[in-house]
Every structure is written in C-alpha cells, then in structure tokens.
Design a protein around this ligand. Structure first.
Ligand code: VGL
Ligand code: ZN
Length: 198
C-alpha cells in the first residue's frame, strides 16, 4: 500500500498565520488534486501546548530565530504557533477532509519539538503514524506540505529510516527559508538519504 502524507497544512503556516510559509496556501489545492490518486491519506498536525519550549516567548532574552539547545537537540526558536485548540492549529478548511483517513498530531510534548510526523526531534517518542501505516501494510509514502526545510524534510528522513519507499512532491511543498538556500539544501539532503523527488 502506498500512502499520501500531507504535512502541517494548518492556518498558522499559511500567509497571515503566526509562522507563515510564503505561498503556503498554494499547496492546499495541489494536495486536493493528489489525494484522489491514493487509497490512504494521512495528514499531520503540529499541535503544541501553550508553553511549548520551541516558542521564543518561553525563553526570556531570546528572540525568534535564535538557536538554542533543547533536550540535547539544536532548536530554532519560533513564534507561538499551532497552539492546541486554536484556529491557527486547524487544518485549512479548503482541504478535502473526506479524503483524509487519519490526522496525526505531533509536537504535543512541551519539552521537545517534533518536526517529523513520526518521532520527536530526539527520536525519544514515536507518534502513532508509524504504527498506523504499518497496520495498513504501507510500504511506500508520498509526502507533500509545509515546510520543505523543516517538517517535510524530517518526516521524509524518518520515513526512509523506517524502511519506507519515500517520495516528495517538490511542487507540493513550500519552505520557510530562514536562510537563503535552505529549501534547496533540504531537497538535496532528502535526495542523498534516498528520497525520490517528484
Ligand atoms: C514547522 C517550524 C515549527 C513545520 C513546525 O511544520 O515545518 N516548522 N513547527
Ligand atoms: Zn511547531
């Protein structure tokens, strides 16, 4: 079975949102088109408690974009985003929900971030995504969504690590690009790990 994984198509990552990804909204329509070709569609949802330690607001004296260490992992500090239960954490309303079989939340532990849909950034805890895909006999995944240089990249790298054939739809992703070239570097890193770029 080959599943489509839609990464973090939430309002806070859309233009106007708290952690806006340029052109992020363009992915919603592309996702709707791709979904009909897959028997199994899973969406991830960044879902943080209000005191999540990836928020710059939790670190007095630090600013958005600063790099700190969290639970032994390098951590970029972000604006408050995708706080559980808020409008910004909702999946985009134009996403065709009827075609989505499961929504997997991540980033729910305040102490550590979780860019990947499969594991937190330290690979300490798994989400339910890996078991869910295994229960459906998924051996290949196609991934698209937001953001290319964070959650798409780490979801794809973990998919490879779990032994899944992994494809990324480049035109179905948009990146944060905190530093110029981050998107291109992320694509190269994925490809080097065995991800097939479509
Ligand atoms: C993401 C930064 C923080 C993402 C989530 O979805 O790529 N990026 N949280
Ligand atoms: Zn987040």
């Amino acid at each position: 079975m080959h599943a489509l994984i839609l990464v973090d198509l939430q309002y806070d990552f859309m233009p106007g949102g708290a952690l806006a990804v340029p052109e992020g909204h363009e992915v919603v329509e592309i996702a709707n088109q791709w979904m009909s070709d897959f028997e199994l569609v899973v969406a991830t949802q960044d879902w943080h408690p209000p005191d999540h330690q990836s928020f710059a607001s939790q670190h007095p004296g630090r600013e958005i974009g600063d790099l700190i260490e969290l639970e032994g992992q390098a951590q970029v500090l972000w604006p408050e985003h995708c706080i559980e239960g808020t409008d910004g954490a909702e999946l985009h309303a134009e996403l065709d929900r009827e075609q989505i079989d499961a929504v997997i939340q991540k980033g729910t532990d305040a102490r550590i971030d979780s860019y990947s849909g499969f594991f937190d950034n330290g690979h300490h805890q798994a989400t339910s995504l890996g078991d869910y895909l295994a229960s459906r006999n998924v051996d290949a995944v196609t991934i698209m969504g937001l953001a290319t240089d964070y959650c798409v990249k780490f979801t794809a790298l973990d998919a490879i690590r779990l032994g899944l054939k992994t494809h990324v739809v480049v035109k179905g992703c948009r990146g944060v690009e905190l530093e110029s070239g981050d998107i291109q570097r992320a694509l190269e890193e994925m490809q080097a790990a065995g991800v097939v770029l479509l």
